[in-house]
Design a protein around this ligand. Structure first.
Ligand code: ME8
Length: 565
């Protein structure tokens, strides 16, 4: 089966199962979901992959600590992630777990291919390893870190004498093991050439520069197997060796779309989906994704993803939020208070994607009340209430009859704002992963619509229409035959413009706030499902049909106070 639509494949990192889903992992997942929803709404053949990283020493140790068989333990945790993503309305197309058969097959195929291509050899690894980060550190990296720590008057060693991890500051473990090595050093020049020829491959630029200087300082071959434990994928040509967990994990992006399978449908799937358009990661794992991953793909003769986009950290009280620091907040509690859409909106609106962002409950409350309860929610309830009260709960019938004359007489700032490229400004923000900018564009229309209601005062027009009708009746005239617009026409015109704005706002908010957008769609009488695949034309002004039955409903976003926190 061929598909003429443009393919759009996007991924999140696969998260370690040793921590429950938290705001950090939810952040990347919500951002990827919003981009995937946006891509679908512009007609792309979209595929969104997320999943779990279930192998490695850290997972094995965590399961042992609980006294459980590792597979049983990871099987118990996987549903927690699925439940969290469901609560956040994450619409993934596939969820991969690295303990699945399809993944094992693909990883083994990769090892064989790269071995046959001459990029794997055996040697002894002697040095330090961080189990929590599953990362090797060279003597040079440790010396550099020790110097920096001494400069700050801080220790670089644990009391047991082992050096501390340069990334997470936990004690490292000394390792001496026969390992398979991947000739990463052979890819120094090809990678630098690739970065140069594809300036968008690593984004944002600050991360690109960081990776460039890391690679320019020289790449060492990488140990890619472990023999000291067994919780990993066995390497077919090296008995006793299991894959280094990062190599195993990175391969999920291709094993999930059929890599390593000979079945025709898998080969077709792979050809259709790979290379990915955008792979999202946090800035903590860019070396894996921007150095090791592309080198692995080159070694296997595969194309590289179009872009790896690394966002910043969510910070609480100035510190990276993480499970190990004990300051990771539980997404479920926040969803209870702010609703799923309120949650999704806050993180994408208030944190500039790509940079670190301070988050707090107080700020979340402020943004929620200002943008959602008071602006967008209030716009909907005012407009729908007035439509019920003044227009019998129906979208007005006047687009053809009076629009042109009334536009000349009264102006139409909302139509103008939309016609002046609102959707294309919004789409440009999405392409740049500037979620905050995209939300800002939509809020301009929300604010303009609220101001328009104030300025055109439909309640005054309703009163004037009543007086006009009584006077006409007294004169024995029929206003339906009037040639000039009546006050009732003006009222209908104003409310039409507001309802039409709401329709467009709902479409544009949908990738970030799917539930409330669908609800507004229903209340406007547009149907039970808000599914758009040509956002640009759907957002052309004037698309709201006349005569639809509208519904007032409960407030979309209940106003919250500090007592609710
Ligand atoms: O690294 N702020 O998994 P992981 C923002 N299994 N994002 C955060 C965050 C924070 N405070 N904390 C975590 C792994 N994240 C590997 C990945 S991929 C082949 C293997 C997000 O469970 C961010 O996306 O430690 C970060 O990169 C990821 O969670 C790390 O998740």
């Amino acid at each position: 089966m061929t598909n003429s639509k443009e393919s759009f494949y996007t991924t999140t990192p696969i998260y370690y199962v040793n921590a429950a889903p938290h705001l950090g992992t939810a952040y990347t997942t919500v951002a990827t979901d919003a981009l995937a929803r946006f891509a679908r709404s512009t007609g792309k053949d979209t595929w969104f992959l997320t999943g779990l990283d279930e192998h490695g020493q850290k997972i094995e140790q965590a399961a042992n600590a609980e006294g459980k068989a590792v597979q049983q333990w990871v099987d118990e945790i996987a549903p927690e992630f699925k439940a969290a993503w469901e609560a956040l309305e994450i619409e993934y197309d596939d969820f991969i777990r690295t303990t699945e058969e399809r993944h094992t097959r693909g990883v083994q195929h990769f090892f064989e291919t790269v071995y046959n291509n001459g990029y794997i050899y055996k040697d002894t690894y002697q040095g330090y390893y961080c189990v929590p980060d599953e990362t090797f550190f060279s003597d040079e990296q440790l010396a550099e870190f020790a110097e920096a720590r001494e400069g700050e008057g801080l220790p670089s060693k644990h009391e047991d004498g082992n050096p501390l991890c340069p990334d997470c500051c936990r004690p490292l473990t000394y390792m001496e093991e026969e390992n398979l090595f991947f000739k990463l050093s052979a890819f120094e020049k090809p990678l630098l050439d690739y970065y140069e020829a594809h300036p968008d491959f690593i984004q944002p630029d600050i991360r690109r520069n960081e990776v460039l200087s890391f690679v320019r300082s020289g790449l060492k071959d990488l140990s890619v197997s472990r023999t000291a434990f067994t919780w990993g994928i066995p390497i077919p040509f090296a008995p006793g060796h299991v894959s280094y967990v990062w190599v195993d994990a990175l391969l999920n992006y291709i094993t999930a779309i059929g890599y390593g399978s000979e079945a025709p449908e898998d080969r077709e799937l792979f050809a259709r989906r790979w290379p990915a358009q955008v792979q999202f990661v946090g800035k903590d794992i860019i070396r894996f994704h921007c150095v090791i991953w592309p080198a692995m793909l080159m070694a296997a003769g595969l194309e590289l993803p179009q872009q790896v986009f690394a966002h910043g950290f969510l910070l609480t009280k100035g510190e990276k939020m993480s499970k190990s620091k004990g300051n990771a907040m539980d997404p479920f509690a926040l969803i209870d208070t702010f609703s799923t859409d309120g949650y999704r909106y806050y993180f994408l609106r208030d944190v500039q994607f790509g940079t670190d962002g301070a988050i707090s409950l107080e700020r979340m409350l402020q943004v929620y009340n200002a943008d959602l309860a008071n602006s967008w929610g209030n716009l909907c309830s005012r407009a729908l209430n007035m439509t019920a009260k003044y227009l019998g709960g129906k979208t007005p019938e006047l687009w053809e009859k009076t629009t042109k004359r009334l536009t000349e007489e009264m102006g139409n700032p909302l139509a103008k704002l939309v016609a002046d490229g609102l959707q294309s400004r919004y789409a440009a923000c999405f392409s740049a992963k500037n979620y905050s900018g995209a939300m800002d564009v939509v809020m301009q229309l929300v604010d303009a619509a609220n101001l328009y209601i104030e300025q055109s005062a439909p309640w005054a027009l309703a009163k004037a229409a009543l007086v006009e009708a009584e006077e006409a009746e007294a004169r024995g005239e029929d206003l339906a035959e009037a040639t000039a617009p009546t006050q009732a026409d003006r009222l209908a015109f104003v409310l039409s413009n507001v309802l039409e704005s709401m329709r467009i706002i709902a479409v544009l908010f949908a990738p970030v706030m799917p539930a409330t957008s669908a609800e507004v769609w229903r209340r406007l009488g547009l149907g039970d499902v808000l599914a758009v695949d040509d956002q640009e034309s759907v957002c052309i002004w004037g698309g709201l049909p006349a005569g639809l039955e509208t519904t007032v409903g409960e407030p979309l976003f209940m106003r919250l106070t500090e007592d609710d926190l």
